[in-house]
Each structure stands twice: as C-alpha cells, then as structure tokens.
Ligand binder design. Structure first.
Ligand SMILES: *Cc1c(COP(=O)(O)O)cnc(C)c1O
Length: 400
C-alpha cells in the first residue's frame, strides 16, 4: 500500500481498504466450513460502503443487516436476497413490513412482543414470515463489556425457555415460519470456549425443538471473530468452525456465520496528517487532521490501534496523538513513542477497516472523509469526500 502516493492523490484524512485482504479473509472462513452447508453473511455494520458489500457479494457472501437501510444497501450491492438476514433489538413496523416485502431469507426476532408484531404485519400483507429467534445463552464472551452481548444482563435476545415458547407460537401461526435459530455472544472474541459452550446450548435447543416438530434449517452462529490490533492470540478459522460443527452432530442444518470485523478490520487504514506539535508543561501532543468523528474507537472503547508516523526521524519520545475536536476524549493514542514530527508528515492508523467509517459523524461540522479501495495494486475512489454543502443539505428552516 503506497500511503504517500494515495494521501497525495486523495488528500487526508482518508480511509484505505485492501480489497485483496478482504477477499482472503472471506475465503479463509468459507473454507473452514467446507464439507457443511454454510453461508457467510457479512455483517454490514462493520463497513457498509456499497463497494465493500458488492466485493463480498461477488464472492457469494450474504449480508447480516441491523436496519432496513442496511438491507437496502445489501440489495443495491447485489447480495442474493435469500442470503440476507435482518437482525436488531428494536425493529420498527415499517422496517418489518419492508423486509417482508423484499422477501429476504429471514428476520431475526429478539422478543415475544416483536414476534407478535412480525405476525400481525405478515398477516396484513398476506405473507408468511420466515423468522429465526435470537437466543441469549447467558455466556460470558470475555471481551470488552460494550461489545459483549450474550449475557442475560445484555439487552440482546431471549432466554432458552422464552425461545421455546416463541417457537411453539410461531409453529402454530399461519403467518410465521420458524426456519432459523440465532445467537451472537459478542465482538472481538479471542477465546474459543465461550463460543463452543454457547453453540452447544443452542444446538441442544434445536434438538428439543425437533422433538416437537419444529424443524430448524439455519443455525446462525453470529459473528464476533477477533482480529489482531496489538498482540492478541487469535482463534483460527479452522478451529472455530470445528468447535461449532462438533456441537451439531445429528443435525442437518446450514450454518450461517456473520463476521464483520474479521473480514474488514485488518484490511483498513486510516491516514491522517500532522498539523502541529506542542508541549503543554511536560506533555507532548501531536495534533493531526483526523479526529474522533472519523474514527471513534479509541475514544469510545479505549481501543488500541497501532500507529505509525511516516518519517525518517529516529529521535523518539512519548506523545499523545490528538485531533482538532473540542473534546478531551479526542485522541487516537496516549503516551506512545513517536518520532519528532513535522507538519505534513503522514500518520497511519492500522486495523481501521471495521467500525471506522461506519461510526463516523459530522461532529464539529467536519465532512466525512473519502474512502479508497485498493485491489490488484490498483486504486479507486469508492466514496468521495463530503463537502460543506452535503452537510447542510437537509437543513431548511433557516431559508424562510
Ligand atoms: C455486530 C454483529 C455481528 C458482527 O460482529 P463482528 O464482531 O464485527 O464480527 C454479527 N451479528 C450480529 C447480530 C451483530 O450484532
């Protein structure tokens, strides 16, 4: 990746995506499940640029979506509708309605009340809604509390007993077809045991449902596979697949996996440029043109991202790398060893492909940055930099 050339051509701040890396990650995971019916449904929220979704769709990927907007993105990018799943704890009526009309693979239901809404809307439309139920297996995934989702204290899914009740309800309904089961215990998972435990619990539920004539066809294991930000010991895709498959003996199900971060995290780079350096008392600050509105993970989760200053200077000392936003939380790193910088030096923030651009905002009236894809050593702009006019386009009252 020629950072200097690309930064010069497209300006900074900038997101760069290595589409070859994205592809390799997809193929690695797909291969791990070989020998079983499987669908990899890319979790669109990790990086929802249409070109990124299209890239995965061209490899055969489905899409895991958490809003009707993401469903529309997936369809627009050419994802096969029978590989699209609509998840999320709080779906509105209009979203459920549109998902049913679009005839996607299934709606992932997260509460009894929501199941009743899906049934009522399907009835109104004269359709049969394919659904799965998100089970909360009450497993501690041993990750950051903000990205843990599989404990009863989290807002996601329903407990096993409630799930059973819901399947029985769905089975009796003329307007519901319970085809799937779903769990997703958290993100950035680096330990296999919790996933295996959760899978065992949910597969037992599938067996007991079979006994009452509820035939589950799709076993959706969610996403969550971790990536290397620093020195994490990772789960190998092969071991992951084996752990899941070992819990499925005797079951004829299609495994659905919904990775987001694993597919796009390490292949993304956030490129920013040094504006100034300054020292307050003893504290050294490197002020760059990117900010928390562009990449919020350090501020939001205290997430670590590897950072590299591109210059030849060997004289290093500790500094905070900060953006121009009016918040003390606006930093990319604190107290890291970096060389003395000059204005214009490029700073590369690694592993920024997942939950980077998709979590960006216009805070401080900062236009969102450009996104560039690199594939086969050729680059192309996949989202132009926003302009001031883009930012104010929806504001109308001031005109009268
Ligand atoms: C966020 C999410 C994913 C993807 O999580 P990653 O950690 O990015 O793999 C998959 N499934 C569901 C239901 C999610 O909410």
């Amino acid at each position: 990746m020629n950072f200097n050339y690309l930064a010069k051509k497209y300006g900074t701040p900038l997101y760069l995506y290595d589409f070859d890396h994205f592809k390799n990650q997809y193929l690695k995971l797909k291969e791990a499940f070989a020998g079983r019916k499987s669908i990899i449904s890319y979790a669109v929220k990790a990086n929802s640029n249409l070109s990124v979704i299209k890239h995965f769709a061209s490899l055969g990927s489905g899409a895991d979506c958490v809003s009707i907007g993401e469903v529309k993105r997936a369809l627009l990018a050419g994802v096969n509708k029978y590989k699209i799943i609509f998840s999320g704890v709080g779906k509105r009526d209009d979203e459920i309605k549109e998902a049913l009309i679009k005839d996607i693979l299934m709606i992932n239901v997260e509460s009894e009340a929501e199941l009743a809404r899906v049934e009522a809307i399907a009835k109104e439309l004269g359709k049969i809604a394919r659904i799965s139920i998100r089970v909360n297996p009450n497993i501690d995934p041993k990750t950051h509390p903000y990205i843990s989702t599989g404990l009863h204290e989290n807002k996601f899914g329903v407990d096993i007993e409630t799930a059973k009740k819901m399947y029985i309800f769905a089975k009796k309904s003329e307007f519901l077809n319970p085809v799937g089961i779903h769990f997703h215990i958290g993100s950035q998972l680096t330990q296999l045991e919790p996933i295996k435990e959760a899978s065992a619990i949910v597969s037992d539920l599938v067996r007991s449902l079979k006994a009452i004539d509820v035939d589950i066809k799709f076993f959706d294991i969610g996403g969550g596979l971790g990536i290397k930000y620093k020195d994490e010991k990772l789960i190998e895709p092969y071991d992951y697949a084996q752990a899941i498959l070992s819990t499925l003996s005797g079951l004829d199900v299609t495994v659905i996996c919904e990775p987001g971060r694993f597919l796009v995290g390490n292949g993304g780079y956030f490129i920013t440029k040094v504006l100034y350096e300054k020292v307050n008392a003893d504290k050294r600050f490197v002020i760059v043109d990117g900010a928390m509105n562009d990449l919020i993970r350090p501020s939001l989760y205290k997430a670590y991202h590897k950072i590299e200053v591109l210059n030849e200077n060997n004289e290093k000392s500790k500094a905070n790398i900060v953006g121009p936003i009016c918040e003390s939380g606006d930093f990319f790193a604190k107290n890291i060893e970096v060389p003395k910088t000059n204005p214009g030096d490029l700073v590369v923030i690694y592993s920024a492909g997942a939950y980077g651009f998709t979590m960006a905002s216009n805070y401080n009236t900062r236009p969102r940055v450009a996104e560039v894809a690199v594939e086969n050593e050729k680059e192309r702009l996949i989202r132009r930099r926003e302009t001031f006019e883009d930012l104010i386009a929806c504001e109308i009252d001031y005109l009268v």
